[in-house]
Design a protein around this ligand. Structure first.
Ligand code: ZN
Length: 293
């Protein structure tokens, strides 16, 4: 099954998102050479950012989520837009595995508790919208649930799961965001809460081959859902030399002059896809000329 995301609603107007992200998380693991706990942490962040990206209003808007609780993973960042395509990175992908008594990878320990989860929505205005909440567990889904409650005043339930096999590869990944709209009926909300308690692990369902439609229906039963959007999602980096040039120019005259005199060249590596961009002395001199003008 290709990765895809759906948006749907029940009859009372509650909006729900669900997606399967197994392939894109496996691609991220390979790009960043992540060990299991980092794969789980990055995979959960990528899955959340894909769904949250599609909640943006305009096609030009961009979303970045970050979490850093001073734990050994040294922060995780994921970015998306309305396409739902994602990219991201972890500070330290080579962490030793720490497993909780439940047998789950201890993402909370890796992320740490001393810090914040940050959601940045860049809507092309002068200043982006930045929402921040203190980390509650570092498990990411909990932290984003708190973010939605605080920043958007919408009761929300976020579920994220990444199943990493013993050999390190990702065999199931996905998530959901449930938002209860004011018009939702009490009995619907209560039924969904019951379902969430009894449905078991999301990754087990995905591993069994459940599609987003099927597991979201499992969560929302017995209420019928209408799917109004479905899109394929992937791990996509849209870095380009021009953007890296602009970043170099923004270093300013002093830094660029120093770079040219000390190194005579520069190699910039994209954090998201590890692509290398080389700049020789004449290119750097040209950028310095632009920085001066
Ligand atoms: Zn890139």
């Amino acid at each position: 099954m290709k990765d895809y995301l759906i948006r749907g609603t029940t009859v009372d107007g509650s909006i729900r998102f669900a997606c399967v992200t197994t392939e894109l998380v496996e691609k991220a693991r390979k790009i960043h050479d992540c060990y299991p706990v980092a794969t789980a942490g990055l995979g959960r962040m990528l899955t959340a950012s894909s769904m949250m990206g599609t909640m943006l209003k305009s096609d030009d808007d961009k979303l970045t989520i970050q979490i850093n609780g001073k734990g050994p993973i040294n922060g995780i960042l994921a970015a998306s837009d309305t396409t739902g395509n994602v990219r991201g990175y972890v500070g330290n992908g080579h962490l030793d595995n720490q497993v909780k008594s439940s047998g789950k990878l201890d993402v909370g320990w890796a992320v740490g508790l001393d810090g914040v989860a940050t959601v940045i929505r860049d809507m092309g205005l002068k200043e982006p919208y930045i929402g921040q909440v203190p980390i509650v567990s570092g498990e990411i889904a909990d932290d984003l649930t708190v973010y939605f409650a605080n920043s958007e005043q919408t009761p929300t339930s976020v579920g994220l799961g990444v199943l990493v096999e013993v050999d390190g590869h990702v065999s199931a990944s996905g998530g959901f965001i449930l938002q209860v709209m004011p018009e939702a009926e009490e009995k619907h909300v209560a039924a969904v809460e019951e379902n969430l308690i009894h449905m078991g692990q999301l990754t087990d369902l995905i591993h069994k081959g459940y599609s987003p439609e099927k597991f979201i229906q499992e969560i929302l039963k017995p209420f019928e859902i209408t799917i109004f959007d479905k899109k394929e999602i992937s791990y996509v980096c849209n870095c380009e030399k021009e953007r890296i040039e602009r970043a170099l120019i923004s270093l300013g005259e002093f830094e660029l002059t120093e770079l040219i005199e000390d190194q005579g060249q520069a190699e910039i590596v994209c954090h998201f896809c590890n692509k290398k961009y080389q700049f020789d002395k004449s290119e750097l001199s040209e950028l310095l000329r632009k920085a001066k003008s």
